[in-house]
Design a protein around this ligand. Structure first.
Ligand code: IVH
Length: 660
């Protein structure tokens, strides 16, 4: 192929890939299959490699998976990215309103109230509808060019009709993803992010855009430089941006006067706890764009807007003690026992201290006065020490487990100390509790309190022991009558029949959740096939990462674990696929359920999918084959519609599952 021809094909492929990107990412309505898209994409990449001087810097092939950068380029902002003045209380808000009214000579001002997202400000540049470049705020005058990373955020449109200009917004990490990211980092021995804002900044300012791509960042846009006489107000601008495909926060409110602004502020002071992202206040903006222009700016901030800052959801209290808890996998978590304190509507008595390094970094001692904080629905944490006292005592991680007195061990490079005695009663209790849960072996009458008593009375020490329990053993426990003892025995017996992927999950292997277990079961015939499996083989399964693979390899290489599985097998549990599995009409198909089902429960439906060879998953993606929408389906339904995933109702699903 000569260069002229290559140029033409590259142009054509680029156009096609961009078009399908837009359908997929901006419009959420793909028109071609993934395989077809991949073919176009690969062909373009191949030609760009053959003719590097024809490869454009903004080619869609550079979107994800571009080589890591050495350093960010700097970007001089077209107009200064300003900050906002703050109002720390209602009086300061009233003063702002008075200044604005006086300057404009008006009795009442129409304001727009917005949530002040606690993320990272970015500016997105578009030319003739094309996303050209994006940068961080930096010092307000120059920022960093983070275009490649912004391209991985699916909420940022790559095409915006014919729009030329700038859009500003706040990039953030949803709260649940922040919690999960920190858990993963802790498992991997990496430092935790202090808050979602830092996590968002750390994720966006990555030299390797593949890392950014793995973090589910999102954006709320709040400003657009639109030159149009049609747009007279800030809300018009936001509506226009929304039409162009930008994400605009749904909680924005038009307020005819200060009274409504105050009501908005009052409402969100408590309602903010229910949001899945952090806000640190409310931004109040004059709605009329001519008024905004007339008010102008100081060197630092516009005169037409103010940020009303909420006090953080924090309180001060005393650390009365620090004790450690032992989890199912032996992880030792230090917990601060606090003098009870009111915080955002609840009384807080405990706060997690995460691990030893966190305590050292924050210099927390027993007796200190500390600041505790609650965000979302999670367990509170200690932010910092506000006062040491002369009698404060340093915490030392115990050398021995507080429960079994066995040795504690902190592997090199990891943040978590563990009790390595697999027979530790605390771990044993947690493991057996987990084994019996509904999602695992579903042993209905074996609740956590019974497990604890059975372990304490030394009637069981592992999950296999459950299967040789007798009614008489249970009768030895207090408050156990004949009938309840029989119920426990019957439900343990009934669990022998569970398919082996549930057993795999029930074993409580680190990082192996229910869906991972079912994925593994599609590639192996039984638990014994995993005994000598190598991590690399597991990593070849799409959806299994190196950490999960390593965790499985480690678990099955331990002779105690193999012995446990042999005993389980002897008690008649299913440790491999049934020879005669029955029909597998859903083989290889992925299902996501949303909304309520009427004739079957959600776990039963998921189990049915597994039994028939399919794979239930909790999130919708382009790889999902079917979304089953029950009554009042949630956002997964909307997403399925956008991605063009087949949607079934309950009847349709049961029809597939039980073909006539
Ligand atoms: S308007 C010239 N609106 O808060 C107008 N800012 O403390 C500039 N922020 O730098 C900002 N949510 O990063 C605006 N709804 C919102 C916002 C918001 C968060 C951030 C933004 C700004 C900082 C000022």
């Amino acid at each position: 192929m000569d260069k002229k021809e290559a140029r033409k094909i590259i142009q054509d492929l680029t156009r096609q890939v961009l078009h399908h990107n837009e359908l997929y990412y901006a419009k959420d309505a793909p028109k071609i299959s993934d395989a077809e898209y991949d073919r176009l994409f690969r062909e373009l990449k191949k030609l760009e490699a053959e003719f590097p001087d024809l490869a454009k810097a903004d080619s869609p092939t550079k979107r994800v998976g571009a080589p890591p950068l050495q350093k960010f380029e700097t970007v001089k902002h077209k107009s200064k990215m300003q900050s906002l003045d703050n109002a720390m209380n209602i009086k300061e808000l009233e003063d702002f309103d008075e200044r604005v009214r006086k300057a404009l000579g008006k009795d009442e001002i129409e304001y727009v109230c917005e949530l002040k997202i606690d993320g990272l400000a970015v500016v997105l540049e578009y030319k003739e509808g094309k996303f050209l470049r994006g940068a961080t705020r930096g010092d307000g005058v120059t920022g960093e060019d983070v275009t490649l990373n912004l391209l991985t955020i699916k909420d940022i449109p790559q095409k915006a009709d014919k729009f030329s200009g700038e859009v500003r917004g706040e990039v953030y990490l949803p709260y649940n993803d922040f919690v999960k990211l920190n858990e993963d980092r802790e498992e991997a021995g990496e430092a935790r992010f202090a808050n979602p804002r830092n996590a968002a900044a750390g994720s966006l300012r990555q030299l390797d855009s593949q890392v950014t791509a793995r973090r589910p960042l999102s954006i709320w846009c709040y400003f657009g430089s639109v030159e149009s006489s049609r747009l007279k107000t800030h809300t018009h601008t936001l509506d226009y941006l929304k039409e162009l495909g930008f994400k605009i926060n749904p909680n924005i409110k038009l307020c005819p006067g200060l009274k409504e602004v105050k009501e908005y502020i009052k409402h969100w002071e408590t309602a903010r706890e229910k949001l899945n992202y952090e806000i640190d206040g409310i931004v109040v903006k004059v709605n009329d764009l001519i008024d905004q222009r007339d008010l102008g700016s100081t060197s630092r901030a516009p005169r037409w807007a103010i940020a009303f800052k909420y006090p953080p959801l924090q309180a001060k209290t005393i650390v009365e003690d620090i004790q450690v808890q032992v989890g199912r996998t032996g992880a030792i978590t230090p917990v601060a026992h606090l003098k009870p304190v009111h915080l955002a509507g609840v009384i807080v008595k405990r706060a997690t201290l995460h691990n030893e390094d966190e305590i050292r970094r924050k210099e927390i001692k027993i007796g200190d006065e500390v600041v505790v904080q609650r965000a979302g629905e999670v367990i509170p944490e200690v932010v910092k020490v506000s006062k040491h006292t002369s009698s404060s005592k340093a915490f030392h991680m115990p050398k021995d487990c507080p429960i079994c007195h066995g040795e504690l061990y902190r592997p090199e490079g990891e943040a978590i100390t563990r009790c390595i005695n697999a027979a530790c009663p605390a771990q044993v209790k947690e493991r057996i509790r987990h084994f019996a849960t509904r999602e695992a072996m579903d042993i209905e009458h074996l609740g956590p309190a019974i497990v604890d008593r059975l372990v304490e009375k030394k009637l069981i020490k592992d999950v296999a022991d459950l299967y040789c329990l007798k009614r008489e053993d249970l009768l030895k426990l207090e408050r156990f009558a004949d009938k309840s003892a029989q119920n426990v025995i019957d439900s343990i017996d009934g669990s022998k029949d569970r398919p082996w992927d549930r057993l795999l999950y029930a074993l409580g292997i680190r990082m192996v959740g229910r869906n991972t277990a079912s994925l593994i079961a599609q590639h192996f015939d039984g638990l014994e096939d995993l005994f000598d499996v190598k991590g690399e083989k597991l990593e070849n399964i799409p959806g299994i990462g190196p950490k999960v693979a390593h965790s499985l390899e480690h678990f099955f290489s331990q002779k105690e674990n193999r012995h446990l599985i042999k005993r389980i097998k002897d008690y008649g549990l299913r440790i491999k696929s049934e020879k005669n599995k029955g029909p597998q009409p859903l083989k290889g198909k992925t299902f996501v359920f949303t909304g309520g089902l009427e004739t079957i429960t959600r776990p039963e439906a998921e189990e049915l999918v597994r039994k028939l060879g399919g794979h239930p998953s909790s999130s919708v993606s382009k790889n999902t084959d079917y979304v089953v929408a029950g009554t009042e389906p949630g956002s997964k339904y909307e997403k399925a519609k956008k991605l063009g995933v087949k949607i079934l109702d309950e009847k349709g699903f049961l029809g597939l599952a039980t073909p006539s």
